[in-house]
Design a protein around this ligand. Structure first.
Ligand code: PLP
Length: 380
């Protein structure tokens, strides 16, 4: 049996998505910038997809910019805020994805801006009080806080943070929604947010494509110059099959959202319950309550005598794919900048299991059986 429980790293492309993309590899190959019928066909495909995505998150068409994925979208948001909007300070946390963390540090080095890291608690929640108090300072600021942490699944109260930011004229808000787009409903008007980011391969779409939502009134200079594509926001011939795939993946994700949520959450809840039955010392990194935790991610804290890389290796032998913090030789999860911020880490070997709508109960039960057997064997 092959079981894929690493969906936070990437997801398998869905058959429907692949089918939708196929004609754009073969018959619909025109350059969207060409004015003849071949070009008009692909240009049309792009614009229909842009509208489809905009409608799904209640945005306007011109607020969607296609990018090569989440990393690029995060980069554009942060770099545009500094270079075009005059932001002098980025407020973020130490547990963001490197697409945000490394970019903020780069902007500090290149542009001399201030980077302020909010304190995070034991579950990875940033301090909202600290944020509110910092925003009272009259410094042009970008707040960049991820909607759900990709390693531990902790959810940000997105609407609350967006409302806090919206109270201040001098504050812009970006949220890395790469792990949550297609898993929760989004209404950018209600949220009143400036930047959101998406990556298709996290929601059963193709790799190398994503989008950035940029609020209408924000004018950006392109990071990639050399062409007038994307309304002058990003040069380069469009990844047409990727865009078509992203649009279909978004459509499918939102069409049965509630059903997917319930299915995946039930698998996660089963895994939580059964793991604690296997060994009461097993705990979890980040929140596990459904309203505080992304339902696709479960980060398990095994007792220290269980080496996480050995566990991952043994699971891999049984055909089960999950992911872990780092090698266990030091007795801590030094490889992960997220886990390093959690205080309880010294007593823990962490493994992340992440689910998708294609994960089945049989696969979860099979995984639990193997974990049970591996832990029993370790204790012998
Ligand atoms: N942001 C988060 C939270 C992610 O989990 C990832 C991918 O792991 C990215 C950004 C980067 O996205 P991409 O792989 O499309 O560059």
């Amino acid at each position: 049996m092959k079981v894929y429980l690493d969906n936070a790293a990437t997801t398998p492309i869905s058959k429907e998505v692949f089918k939708e993309m196929e004609p754009y590899f073969t018959s619909h190959f025109g350059n969207p910038s060409s004015t003849h019928s071949f070009g008009r066909k692909t240009k049309n495909g792009i614009e229909i997809t842009r509208k489809k995505i905009a409608d799904l998150i209640n945005a306007q068409n011109n607020e969607i910019v296609f990018t090569s994925g989440g990393t690029e979208a995060d980069n554009i948001a942060l770099r545009c805020a500094v270079q075009d909007l005059g932001v002098q300070r980025i407020i973020t946390t130490k547990i963001e994805h490197h697409a945000v963390g490394h970019t903020a540090e780069d902007l500090k080095k290149l542009n001399g801006i201030e980077v302020l890291y909010l304190n995070t608690d034991n579950h990875g929640n940033p301090s909202i009080d600290e944020l509110e108090s910092e925003l009272n300072k009259p410094v042009k600021t970008l707040v960049s806080l991820m909607h759900a942490n990709n390693e531990i699944g902790t959810l940000l109260p997105l609407q609350e943070v967006a409302s806090i930011c919206a109270k201040h004229q001098h504050v812009y808000f970006h949220s890395d929604t790469v792990q949550t787009m297609g898993h929760y409903p989004f209404d950018v008007k209600e949220l009143d947010i400036d930047f959101l980011t998406c990556s298709a391969h996290k929601l059963h779409g193709p790799k190398g494509i994503g989008f950035l939502f940029v609020k209408n009134h924000i004018l950006m200079n392109p990071l990639i110059t050399g062409g007038s594509q994307e309304r002058n926001n990003r040069g380069g011939t469009e990844n047409i099959y990727g865009i078509i795939g992203l649009g279909k993946a978004m459509e499918l994700a939102f069409s049965d959202l509630k059903e997917h949520q319930e299915h995946i959450q039930s698998l996660k809840s089963l895994m939580i319950k059964e793991l604690q039955d296997i060994d009461q010392r097993i705990s979890f990194n980040g929140h596990i309550e459904p309203n505080k935790s992304l339902y696709t991610v479960l980060n398990v804290c095994f007792p220290n005598e269980v080496c996480n890389s050995m566990l991952l290796f043994s699971l891999d032998i049984h055909g089960i794919a999950a992911s872990g913090g780092s090698a266990c030789s030091s007795g801590s999860n030094i490889g992960s900048h997220v886990l390093a911020e959690l205080p309880q880490q010294e007593n823990c070997q962490s493994v992340r299991f992440s689910f998708s709508r294609y994960t089945t109960i049989e696969e979860v039960n099979y995984t639990l059986d193997k974990i049970r057997a591996i832990l029993l064997n370790e204790r012998k």
